[in-house]
Design a protein around this ligand. Structure first.
Ligand code: GUN
Ligand code: ZN
Length: 445
């Protein structure tokens, strides 16, 4: 590894530290869950946070003075598609047509290992350039795409959860797998990557309509054999999709129940969307410990619907935030939070900056059973963190100046900021993205 990417043992970062010590309540603007430590030094030893203090540390620490800037835990994108950068902002379709018209052809190209590796490198560097230091990611059906993504994340020291997509029906040539080969591929990928460095395998069912009952059963058996595996899929995103799932699985009580019956609902399950769920579904989510990856940008762009965050919360189901690129139009979780606020506003609800930021940091980490590793600036956590400008243009600067109180200021920041505000992203104490500098990718062997 290039020396520029190796962490000195002890670094200290100065800035305004913002993280959470508990889950903020719905609508709670003054929340004891928020920990704001203005103008502190965050101490990082050997890639881990070891403390924070107001006084400058001694010369034994390499000092990075970002006074007047914001320091947050790196964002966690709980649902995003590596092979879909090429289809962001594709015009004119709802989900099922969008998949057939744009997405499946783009994903078919990832059969080529060189295309997969270039795509994975671009994707992972783009995550970092948007302040996302950990993610739960769909590769494609091709084993090489998952290999490429694991490799790209490993080279950058990132926490990454991904897997090859399972889809053995209702899919075009070039994307369809079959149960036997898919199982072999999964087993091989699990052996090669699961639990290696900061990588974990997710059994990745595209969605119920593109898997046969036999394939769903195989996915369930993989989960049953190893409780440390994750499961990711889509559920109840679009009304036509829901109707199709009901038609294909008439024995199930609901679309979500298809997954429950196959043994795919557990505490490491991440289900994207969940717009068209009912109370029994939400109770099943709570009972299983599975989480919903709320993807407001995608839900608005594809016209899928408005997610009822409050109902999920009332049922005790965990909700994290996700870009869902390429249905979503930006990798920025700040833009995603802005969209999430607007979705709740359409339902007469208000999403606080605290609830949004928590869902993208500590909340996601806990829902992924990774709360001891990521999601906060607590001593003992891995130093995955980002340094942000409070304002990146004169209008935002003015807005910050007139903000009264911390929530008003942070809410305006969340609403107005994006990747242009990102100064640097650190992964395990190593700067992996610095504004204006070429991606670390260019320094990799
Ligand atoms: N449902 C099945 N596949 C996909 C996908 O790639 N994106 C979204 N948003 N929904 C899906
Ligand atoms: Zn998706």
């Amino acid at each position: 590894m290039n020396s520029a990417t190796v962490s000195p043992e002890r670094i200290a970062l100065r800035g305004d530290l913002l993280d959470f010590v508990a889950e903020p309540g719905w609508g709670e603007v003054d929340s004891a869950a928020v920990r704001f430590r203005p103008d502190h030094w965050l101490l990082v030893d050997n890639g881990r946070i070891v403390g924070a203090q107001t006084q400058a540390p001694d010369a034994g620490w390499e000092r990075h003075d970002h006074a007047g800037k914001l320091i947050l835990p790196g964002f966690i994108d709980s649902h995003v598609h590596m092979p879909q950068l090429d289809v962001i902002a594709s015009y004119g379709t709802e989900l099922l047509d969008w998949l057939n018209t744009y997405t499946f052809p783009a994903e078919a190209r990832f059969a080529d290992p060189a295309h997969s590796q270039a795509g994975a490198n671009l994707f992972v560097d783009a995550l970092l350039a948007h302040g996302t230091t950990a993610a739960v990611v769909f590769a494609t059906t091709h084993k090489v795409s998952a290999d490429a993504l694991f490799r790209a994340a490993q080279q950058r020291g990132m926490r990454m959860i991904t897997g090859k997509v399972l889809q053995d029906r209702h899919s075009p040539d070039g994307l369809r797998d079959d149960v036997i080969q898919a199982e072999r591929d999964c087993v091989e990928l699990i052996e090669r990557w699961h639990g290696v460095d900061r990588l974990a395998y997710a059994v990745t069912v595209r969605f119920a309509p593109t898997s046969t009952p036999a394939q769903l059963a195989m996915a369930g058996a993989l989960c049953a054999a190893d409780a440390s595996l994750y499961l990711q899929t889509h559920v109840a995103e679009n009304r036509a999709e829901v109707a199709w799932a009901r038609e294909l699985f008439p024995e199930a009580r609901s679309y979500l129940d298809v997954y429950a019956r196959a043994g795919l609902l557990h505490r490491r399950s991440v289900l994207a969307h969940g717009i068209w769920l009912d109370d029994a579904d939400r109770a099943a989510l709570h009972a299983s410990g599975a989480q919903i990856a709320h993807s407001p940008s995608s839900n608005l762009f594809l016209g899928s619907g408005l997610f009822d965050w409050r109902a999920a919360l009332a049922a005790g189901a965990a909700v994290s935030l996700a870009s869902d690129v390429g249905g979503g139009t930006s990798l920025s979780l700040l833009r995603t939070m802005g969209d999430a606020y607007k979705v709740q506003a359409m339902a007469g609800q208000r999403l606080t900056a605290w609830k949004a930021l928590h869902a993208a940091t500590r909340g996601a980490a806990q829902a992924l059973q990774l709360g001891d590793e990521i999601g906060s600036l607590e001593a003992g956590r891995v130093a995955d963190l980002c340094i942000w400008d409070w304002a990146a243009d004169p209008v935002a600067t003015r807005r910050m100046q007139v903000a009264r109180g911390l929530h008003e200021r942070v809410f305006a920041w969340v609403t107005m900021a994006d990747d242009r505000n990102l100064v640097a992203a650190f992964v395990a104490g190593v700067p992996r993205h610095r504004r204006g500098e070429p991606a670390v990718r260019s320094q990799l062997a």
